[in-house]
Unconditional design. Sequence first.
Length: 344
Amino acid sequence: MTLGAAMFTTGCSDDSSTGPGATGDSTPLIGVDYPRSDTDFWNSYIKYVPQFSKELGVSLKTTNSQNDIANLISNAQTFISQGVKGVVMAPQDTAAIAPTLGQLESKKIPVVTIDTRPDTGKVFMVVRADNRAYGTKACQFLGAKLGGKGKVVMLQGDLASINGRDRTEAFNECMKKDFPGITVFGEATDWKADVAAAKLQTRFASDPDIKGVYMQSSFALSGTLQILKQKGLQVPPSDPKHVFIVSNDGIPEELKNIGDGLIDATVSQPADLYAKYGLYYAKAAIDGKTFQPGPTDHGSTIIQVRDGLLEDQLAAPLVTKDGAAVGGQPTVKSDDKSLWGNNV
């Protein structure tokens, strides 16, 4: 069966792997590896997975690789020994996972990756948002707010991850093309909060006139706010001392911070839809369904990344306090109930 658009079906099943029919066709057993549990975003994803497993009628085996590729490889072996029919994972090192993907393919166990895309290797579907758009939206927001002049810090994720590379490259390309008067200081953080805070502190020490910060994930939120508070820079946007902050994730704390004027914007990465469609596509693969590039019935677009690799690019809106367009980018109000961060 070939589908041009993803169809969401519902059912009812115990989300444990020990229930009746856990490995049968009606309730296929799916292994889900949680990539980490040290951020609000991924903890939200972890909560959504069992909810959607019940709606989709699948059973689960779960592991947590804690941002360690060696753990993920080991967890995949565990899934194989447990007899899972499909695997959902979010490899943070998108190059090193290739041999494991090959092994799972040889066992005829389809894989869906969420949030990240493997550099090489075959998966049934990639479920993520357009991470280059994250970088572009952040660039346009900061460029417009700064009037095309000044200095900004980009707290990068891990450049071993396609997400870190996409967000970084797009932000830099946009700044170079549209805002050449802005100086960008890129700081690699490996998605680690303590590294991000230390590097931002050092950057402010050498360049106290920083006027913008782009956090590639909410992992850097707490440290960034603490540093701004220490330096007396937590002031309204109308104050010349204001440092404009744009983040990525859309966790509840970010949305509240936008409403309170502590940060200015974020890109809402869909934690709920990652869980929903990660499991949906894994079940679809087990059921023998296939998909083609094109629009879906859930407001996204499936693209062909390379031969044999499809990616469902879910919507990820830019969020601001007033919902007004900024730098040509449409935005959503931070209290909008359509945002998953306002419904947890």
